[in-house]
Ligand binder design. Structure first.
Ligand code: SF4
Length: 541
């Protein structure tokens, strides 16, 4: 038994404190080896990374290899280090990073610029990883869940203005300017009076205030007013509803009483391992216009013939359901119930009328038919509708009249969308979809929960759509990367990648005449985005 008071470290004078080789700094199952393998397998020039194809003959100081900076960012985002200054520090003191970068220590400006300049290439790398994990069998490919989440932008709520807010600001500034103007006048009057008394030698001689400070305040208020007026003019000219002074693309987003100055991140998540297969950053609070775009992006990424898509009621849109059906996407979205004002009044709503396709007529609760009128009507949202009406004579004698018609109406009219059959099929689907809808939140809230609560990524560090989309790609890539390492383990991931490369090289060497035919699937699925750089996998052994 030891009699030491505390645990003690080793002496700093001890020789060979660290392993003699950098290679010994990290173990064989360290996740940084997976990062190294993945980045080395990418063709960064084809993905569009700057300086990736820089020729050796170019003059001047050579730039950092984008592979090294991508490794640094992947490592940083996986380990909750996002700031360029912190990444710079970690590159000099973190053994895993020293191993990963082979001792390179890029400056924070270089690191920050890489993230800003390569937003498109980062998106491509993210897509490439999705294709890779699909080839590794980690994607189910039949069911995806879609949801959106608000992320703070690099802008405060106070820096974003609506027309109403600008008008209120201008009105308030006018009041203040008027008040100061009155003070100036009072001041001038007091000065004049004081000068008169000086000449006459009366009381108050030598008094009087200095209006220069008031004049300066008025000038500052006038400048603020001009700025607000210019912002209002810009807003009117652009037709936008909001104007952001710091991040021009950030918007005030509101949902369920929560307001965020930032962006709405949309993600489509596969149900097998909860991997993000498609994502987008928008600046609209509402999800209602995102269903088809996200579902189509997921279907394209998965390259499937059909796809089941689950989303919450915020995505319900008849036009989107029709577009999904046209593209072979089976959408499950709880129908929007509307405000239910007819039910609240105790009157029959559309639910109480059944459509008879054979007769092309609606049957009312009294069993009478409502027939179609000639022509089409366009509603406020642009949908073309057919109107079905009951017969006045029948309605006048109907015992259910009080629950069906208003006091002034003599007949009932039902409006039917020209593609209402799409909604009827959707309603029928939704009757047996309780289990699927329960799975929806478990699938799609996993990535957002992990990124926001575990990693603490609730805001973006960059400004503008392009850069924000680049940073989101890094977040999504690191989420997927971590998830895959958790499922496979770092060693198995590296082995899978190695096998894929080895297979590729064997096929090339063995049957060069048939390369095109035999590799068509490979190129189609992996090499298009995750282009393999031959014989450059660092851990092929
Ligand atoms: S009022 Fe007319 S439409 Fe309504 S239930 Fe009676 S018959 Fe049917």
């Amino acid at each position: 038994m030891t009699n030491r008071t505390f645990k003690t470290g080793d002496s700093r004078d001890q020789a060979s404190l660290l392993p003699p080789r950098i290679e010994d700094y990290v173990g064989p199952d360290n996740p940084v080896r997976a990062i190294e393998s993945f980045v080395c397998a990418l063709d960064l020039a084809k993905l569009g990374f700057r300086h990736a194809d820089r020729g050796a003959e170019e003059v001047g100081q050579p730039p950092y290899d984008p592979a090294d900076l991508l490794k640094l960012y992947l490592y940083g985002y996986i380990n909750q280090v996002r700031s360029s200054r912190r990444l710079e520090r970690e590159a000099g003191r973190n053994l895993e990073l020293i191993w990963l970068l082979k001792g390179l220590r890029p400056g924070y400006r270089t690191i920050a610029n890489f993230r800003k300049e390569n937003w498109k290439a980062l998106k491509a790398a993210n897509r490439g990883f999705v294709l890779l994990v699909r080839e590794l069998g980690l994607i189910g490919g039949s069911v995806v869940a879609i949801d959106g989440s608000f992320f703070h932008g690099d802008a405060s709520k106070a820096s974003i203005f609506t027309r109403k807010r600008l008008a209120e600001q201008i009105a308030k500034l006018d009041q203040e300017i008027e008040a100061y103007g009155k003070s100036l006048e009072d001041n001038d009057a007091a000065e004049a009076k004081s000068q008169t008394q000086d000449h006459t030698g009366g009381p108050g001689a030598g008094g009087g205030g200095d209006g220069s400070d008031i004049g300066a305040k008025v000038a500052a208020l006038m400048a603020r007013r001009s700025r607000a007026q210019a912002d209002l003019a810009r807003l009117e000219e652009s037709g936008e509803t909001q104007l952001s002074r710091t991040d021009s693309d950030a918007r005030l987003l509101s949902k369920s009483g929560q307001t965020v100055a930032g962006y709405n991140v949309q993600a489509a998540v596969d149900d097998r391992h909860k991997l993000i297969v498609a994502s987008e950053v928008v600046n609209d609070s509402s999800d209602v216009n995102q269903l088809h775009a996200m579902a189509k992006a997921a279907k394209d990424a998965l390259e499937t013939e059909t796809l089941q898509v689950l989303a919450d009621a915020g995505y319900y849109s008849s036009a989107a359901l029709k577009a999904c059906e046209d593209d072979g996407i089976v959408a499950y979205v709880p129908p929007s119930e509307g405000n239910g004002w007819l039910e609240k009044q105790g009157r029959f709503s559309l639910k109480d009328f059944s459509y008879d396709g054979t007769a092309d007529a609606y049957r009312c609760p009294a069993g009478e038919l409502l027939r179609p009128m000639k022509g089409r009507w366009q509603n406020l949202s642009g949908r073309l509708e057919i109107r079905y009406t009951s017969r006045r004579s029948i309605c006048q004698a109907c015992g259910l009249r009080a629950r069906c018609l208003t006091r002034k109406a003599s007949q009932r009219t039902i409006r039917r969308w020209e593609h209402e059959d799409v909604l009827e099929r959707h309603r029928a689907r939704m009757h047996g979809a309780d289990e699927l809808m329960r799975r929806r939140s478990a699938i799609v809230e996993h990535p957002f929960g992990t990124l926001k609560c575990r990693a603490g990524y609730r805001h973006f560090l960059v400004r503008g759509f392009n850069k924000v989309r680049g940073e989101w790609s890094l977040m999504a890539l690191c989420y997927n990367f971590t998830r895959v390492l958790n499922v496979l383990g770092p060693e198995d991931f590296v082995a899978c990648l190695t096998r894929a490369l080895a297979l590729f090289q064997q096929v090339i060497a063995a049957i060069p005449s048939c390369v095109q035919a035999l590799l068509s699937r490979f190129w189609k699925h992996i090499a298009r985005s995750l282009v393999i750089r031959r014989a450059q996998l660092a851990f092929a052994g």
